[in-house]
Design a protein around this ligand. Structure first.
Ligand code: NAD
Ligand code: UGA
Length: 471
């Protein structure tokens, strides 16, 4: 049987909470700490503050037993062998990561350490943060023998976070010595040894007994760079396909066929080649900027990343112009905004391209009715209340009497729209799709004018609908 360990996770956000629940499911004893008292109370009462598949089930199974929640960091550190830091590292001045939350946590850990701990950098941080954490601990008078600092970047995606965590493509451990690397090997042993996958009720995924998770040990700097470089590479793939999409449109080619053709090359692969509104979220934008900043600081030219960002920003403009050219003027036009989250399967709206587009439409005087399956509450906290912004209970209500429907997030629910019903609901059958959820021919056969990304727009000769005859 794998050994069970005592683990503390600091931060109960998308990464911390998922990590805590998954470590608990792997059999460890976990204390999850947050300084947001409201969130801790909600978690202690059985609430689940984020929308994430499998998370409610894992918390229902383990909360109060294998995982407990608290705001008392010192107690949690004291009773744990490994202390994972999973607080935010937002974008700071000039693109650099703002590491003040990490530093504040490290200072608190320093005051709590009484016996040896391995402190694990789980948050995404620039290279040499590991050294800074050690320096801060020394400055606070913590004896060198009482800790090691290990880098263990997280690669989960929102929406599939639990599955990604328990069935990772790889686990990266940046360690300075064998003792601390070994502790991390023990933490992940249920995944790397495969025992987790044989356990009744294990979350299913790509790994298994015969195909356990892989763990790679590197230097701390390499681990930190692996994380930034992975996100930057994925963002680059998206900007690449978006740049090609604009060319495809200009020469009457089809970006979906092109992406399929490129993706069949096993050296390239089919993933992250979906053209659309560009990437958003709490990570790609800030991590591309932070990685670029790190390179600049070291006098290394990673200008490529500036182009990646520019293409991404342009993509929203390109989409907004499509809306304009499909509708001519926007003032007073009624638009259904389908999607607010930065991608499907999440309630996260941080850096969401959908929110940016809605703001632009509101500024242009359009009357927007928005609908998102999960992100409306969060959107209401961010989008200032406006006379020309309403929220609908479902997508057909959003579309009712609208001059056009705009698809802004790639929710499965939108890909499964009843097109005949959508057509009946809209005032004019116009769909402007920022996520390429449909085939142009299918939309045309359902009577829509259909505008998407990297493909020719198809216009209906007659966009008007027959007036209903008076009864
Ligand atoms: P988040 O904002 O959802 O959560 C951070 C949590 O930390 C919050 O609940 C906050 O209250 C808490 N916190 C802040 N200061 C604290 C303190 N002093 N003591 C205790 N708790 C404190 O952030 P997130 O999305 O989970 O991201 C965390 C880190 O993980 C970031 O570095 C991010 O780049 C990285 N990351 C995120 C994802 C993702 O998909 N969101 C994936 C991989 C890596
Ligand atoms: C991303 C990475 O995929 C994770 O590996 C990483 O751990 C995480 O960032 C992080 O460091 O926080 P996430 O932001 O949750 O995960 O979501 P993705 O699925 O990567 O999507 C990011 C954005 O790119 C979304 O706006 C999505 O719509 C967009 N995207 C993605 C595209 O426009 N095209 C694609 O082909 C793929």
């Amino acid at each position: 049987m794998p050994e069970h360990m005592s683990i503390c996770v600091i931060g109960s956000g998308y990464v911390g909470l998922v990590a805590a629940a998954c470590f608990a499911d792997m059999g460890h004893k976990v204390v999850c700490v947050d300084n947001d008292e409201v969130r801790v109370k909600q978690l202690c009462e059985g609430g689940v503050p984020i929308f994430e598949e499998h998370l409610p089930e894992l918390l229902a199974k383990h909360a109060g037993t294998n995982v407990v929640f608290t705001s008392r960091l010192a107690d949690a550190v004291e009773q744990s062998e490994a202390v994972f830091i999973a607080v935010g590292t937002p974008q700071g001045d000039g693109g650099a990561a703002d590491l003040s939350y990490v530093e504040a946590v490290v200072a608190e850990i320093a005051r709590a350490i009484k016996s040896y701990k391995v402190i694990v950098e789980k948050s995404t941080v620039p290279v040499y943060t590991n050294d800074w954490i050690r320096r801060v601990l020394h400055r606070h008078g913590v004896d060198q023998d009482l800790f090691d600092v290990v880098s263990n970047p997280e690669f989960l995606r929102e929406g599939t976070a639990v599955t990604d965590f328990l069935h990772p493509d790889r686990i990266v451990v940046g360690a300075r010595n064998e003792q601390s690397a070994e502790i991390l090997r023990r933490v992940y042993q249920p995944l790397t040894g495969g025992a987790y996958y044989a356990q009744p009720g294990a979350v299913p995924g790509t790994c298994g007994m015969g195909r356990p998770a892989k763990l790679l040990v590197t230097s701390t700097q390499s681990a930190e760079i692996i994380k930034h470089a992975s996100n930057a590479f994925l963002a680059m793939k998206i900007s690449f396909i978006n740049a090609v999409a604009n060319l495809a449109e200009a020469v009457d080619a089809d970006i979906e066929d092109i992406a399929a053709g490129i993706g069949l090359d096993s050296r390239i692969g089919p993933k992250f080649l979906r053209a659309g509104l560009g990437y958003g979220g709490s990570c790609f934008p800030k991590d591309v900027a932070a990685f670029h900043w790190v390179a600049q600081e070291r006098g290394v030219n990673l200008q490529l990343l500036e182009e990646v960002r520019k293409i991404n920003d342009t993509q929203r403009e390109v989409f907004f112009n499509k809306v304009r050219s499909a509708l001519w003027t926007l003032r007073g036009k009624r638009l259904a905004a389908l999607g607010l989250a930065f991608k499907g399967d999440t309630d996260d709206i941080r850096e969401s391209p959908a929110i940016a587009i809605v703001k632009q439409l509101l500024q242009a005087g359009a009357i927007v009715t928005a609908y998102d399956p999960a992100a409306m509450e969060r959107a209401k906290e961010t989008l200032p209340p406006a006379a020309n912004l309403k929220y609908a209970e479902d997508l057909y209500e959003a579309a009712k009497d609208a001059d056009a429907a705009l698809i802004l997030t790639d929710w499965k629910e939108f890909a499964q729209i009843d097109l005949a019903r959508l057509n009946r609901a809209l005032r004019f059958p116009i769909v402007i799709d920022g996520r390429n959820l449909f085939k142009p021919r299918e939309m045309q056969s359902h009577g829509f004018t259909y505008v998407s990304v990297g493909r020719q727009a198809s216009y209906q000769a007659q966009e008007g609908k027959p007036r209903e005859s008076p009864v």
